[in-house]
Ligand binder design. Structure first.
Ligand code: SF4
Ligand code: MSK
Length: 626
């Protein structure tokens, strides 16, 4: 069995620590064990200097300055590192944007009356967004508006329009920067495809040119695909408002059928929640001896449900295996992204069913029930029924749910924040001007077993709020801080005097949960609103970003569009770029001159906090604020 001190080094979360004891006792391998087995990880991969983009390879560059210094085609380390990084951006932007496309399609089908169980929930937002797109709203039914809006949005994925509407939301000064650099995106898919073209053997070999295009594709994610996903999800399912709930593995119930939804898209999980209260299924659950059906979430689909419906969250990325090991999960229902292919393997040790639902995301060993919006409710019922049926096979002697939960307040969409401020960002700006709030930091991104789970998120967040920096969060970072008790108004007691005063007067936490990974677009909207009010660029604001435990390609795309938007961003894990000093220097230094922001990398959260505080103070000084 793993020793206790090893387990404590793996996670900061008491529920995870308890479950790691269980997995060790039961000889269940987890991501942490598999990371150990992978050691030493490939040095070429870590530095980004291996290439297998053609059949003459794979090629690698000797990092010690000796031969080989070029690949078979002659590509240098600079070219190879830049190409690899650009391909990571393409992967991340594609994931977010394809998620966005799925939402557009469901909105379209809903408007046509062909999507079973869905409706347009936020008509006011529908009209607001439609107007941005030039879609007439007066005297029209919501369905008519939604149909035309969805069709307009669909055009932005390819090259029909040649521009992305939501880019117009950026301040004029930012758009000027993008225009001058030639990185204004022309279409969501187009920029991603162009990355794949440029990085093919014998196309773009200029590392600067490759990376600038990487930024362009990332902007098409942040201000395109992701923003589309957020805005259209709000139209379909409602724009989040402050809401209370609970987090951590203790949300699983000993006497209920537990269904975990995991993945990213609310289209599936919203319907699973609906089906879980279907009288026929509740009755069946009772017949099986359960008190009812309990739906909880993991990762970003959890954040989507929490933000709009207050559905409890079982945990973030590194909780997925641990949740199954509680022995209390009847089904883990997944769509796509961040789902470990190991799940069916672990589920085999229990009665848990892993149910895949997306044609584009099947996992060997899982039960596949294809989700179609046209029959959404029926399919969701079928899925929940599978879970209810599994309850009878649960072994009560193996149920070990850690008694750990934490209250949270979430639901801080940009609209909700502005509403809390009285409809304008002015009170927030005034608080920044007087110095009660020194600045704003966005902490986002994943868990990564290379870093003690949640430790960097929580340590960094605590240090920032202590220094009167308001923290806004999404994704697994928000779940980390929720589990640590920082997403409640009482957490203001841990903040510096100024931030504490502002939070207490508004009744809000010092750490605002703004949603899922695609909802980082909400942070961009908020930053743009503040910059416009002050008539400056986003890069002039005392704001910063951080992804202290990132692991996914989506996080690479996020980091790229946050920096492209003018926001200094600190990363915890080192991205695979150190094989080219030129690329590393461009990203951490030279970008400042052209785009107004850079990346910094530090795996130590205290140093990350220092970097962010210094940056915010520098920006305050430049704005003439004390
Ligand atoms: Fe090697 Fe060039 Fe082919 Fe890459 S593209 S595998 S560096 S020959
Ligand atoms: S779920 S991308 S592990 S934040 Fe969005 Fe969490 Fe990262 Fe997935």
């Amino acid at each position: 069995m793993k020793e206790l001190n090893v387990i404590k080094k793996r996670s900061n979360d008491p529920a995870a620590q308890k479950m790691l004891e269980v997995t060790a006792e039961e000889h269940i391998q987890t991501a942490w064990d598999r990371l150990e087995l992978q050691q030493p990880q490939c040095g070429y991969g870590q530095l980004g200097i291996c290439c297998r983009n053609c059949g003459m390879g794979p090629c690698r560059i000797n990092p010690f300055g000796e031969e080989p210094q070029r690949g078979v085609c002659g590509a240098t380390a600079d070219t190879i590192v830049a190409r690899n990084l650009a391909r990571m951006i393409a992967g991340g932007a594609a994931a977010h944007s394809d998620h966005g496309r799925d939402i557009v399609e469901v909105l379209h089908l809903t408007a046509l009356g062909k999507a079973q169980g869905y409706k347009i929930t936020d008509v006011e937002k529908l009209k607001r967004v439609a107007k941005e797109y030039g879609v007439a709203v007066d005297g029209r039914k919501p369905e008519e508006i939604a149909k035309e809006l969805a069709e307009e949005v669909m055009k932005e994925f390819g090259m029909v329009k040649g521009r992305i509407q939501f880019v117009e939301r950026a301040p004029e000064k930012r758009k000027e920067v993008w225009k001058k650099l030639g990185v204004l995106p022309r279409g969501v898919d187009r920029e991603i495809v162009e990355i794949m073209h440029r990085t093919h053997i014998g196309v773009d070999a200029d590392y600067v040119n490759i990376l600038l295009h990487g930024l362009r594709a990332s902007i098409s994610d942040g201000w395109g695909g992701s923003m589309i996903a957020t805005e259209l999800s709000d139209i379909l399912f409602g724009t989040p408002k402050p809401i209370e709930s609970v987090m951590n593995l203790g949300v699983l119930k000993k006497d209920m059928v537990n269904v975990i939804v995991h993945g990213h898209n609310p289209v599936l999980s919203e319907m699973v929640v609906k089906a879980s209260s279907d009288p026929e299924l509740v009755e069946l659950a009772k017949k099986k001896g359960a008190k009812g059906i309990n739906v909880v979430g993991i990762c970003c689909t959890a954040n989507e449900l929490l933000m709009r419906q207050g559905i409890p969250i079982a945990g973030n990325f590194l909780h997925q295996e641990l949740a199954i090991a509680t022995g209390a999960v009847e089904a883990i229902v997944v769509d796509y992204q961040c789902i470990m292919p190991i799940l069916p393997h672990i589920a085999k040790c229990y009665h848990t069913k892993v149910i895949t639902t997306a044609a584009k995301a099947k996992i060997p060993g899982a039960l596949h029930i294809e989700f179609e919006p046209e029959h959404a409710y029926e399919v969701a019922k079928k899925i929940v029924k599978e879970a209810v049926e599994a309850y009878g096979s649960r072994n009560p002697d193996r149920v070990r749910i850690p008694d750990v939960t934490m209250k949270v307040m979430a639901g801080f969409s940009a609209e909700a924040i502005l509403q809390a401020l009285g409809g304008t960002p002015k009170p927030l700006i005034d608080a920044i001007k007087t110095g009660k709030i020194r600045g704003i930091a966005a902490i986002v991104g994943c868990n990564n077993p290379k870093i003690k789970q949640d430790y960097n998120h929580v340590t960094l967040t605590k240090l920032l709020i202590k220094n009167n920096i308001l923290v806004v969060e999404t994704g697994c970072a928000a779940i980390a801080n929720g589990k640590a008790g920082l997403l409640v108004p009482e957490a203001a007691d841990q903040a510096g005097e100024g931030l504490k005063e502002v939070c207490k007067s508004l009744g809000i936490p010092p750490v605002l949960h703004m949603g899922s990974c695609v909802d980082i677009s909400r942070i961009l909207v908020l930053a743009a609103a503040v910059a416009k009010e002050l008539n400056v660029d986003i890069s002039d604001l005392p704001v910063a970003g951080a992804a202290p435990e990132w692991m996914s390609e989506k996080a690479v795309s996020i980091g790229a569009y946050v920096v492209s938007s003018g926001i200094f961003t600190v990363l915890g894990p080192i991205p695979p770029v150190l094989g080219s000093m030129k690329v590393a220097t461009l990203l951490t230094k030279d970008l400042e001159k052209v785009i107004g922001a850079v990346f910094a990398v530090d795996p130590d959260p205290e140093k990350e906090a220092r970097l962010i505080i210094n940056h915010i103070e520098k920006k305050r000084k430049a704005l003439g604020l004390s």
